[in-house]
Design a protein around this ligand. Structure first.
Ligand SMILES: [Zn+2]
Length: 79
């Protein structure tokens, strides 16, 4: 696995959505690679900020859910 592979999959890695093998391969690469670590640091900080925002302001989720419900009522199937 090279740096490009790691950076491409970094978001999925941070979300924990990869297979165990891939999670482990990326974790090992990040621990050893000076090129990738700054990416990891930035994206983790970004996700932490998003998570903090969600905790403080649950409202946007409700708005989104209502919008989706309206769209479904209006006949947009599969949304
Ligand atoms: Zn790397």
């Amino acid at each position: 696995m090279d740096c490009l592979d790691v950076v491409r999959q970094l978001w999925d890695y941070l979300d924990g959505e990869l297979t165990d093998d891939r999670m482990e391969a990326i974790r090992a690469h990040l621990a050893a690679c000076r090129n990738c670590y700054p990416h990891y640091d930035f994206e983790r900080a970004f996700l932490d900020a998003v998570a903090a925002t969600r905790r403080e302001q649950p409202a946007p989720n409700m708005v989104r859910r209502k919008v989706m419900a309206k769209l479904r009522q209006a006949g947009f199937a599969g949304m």
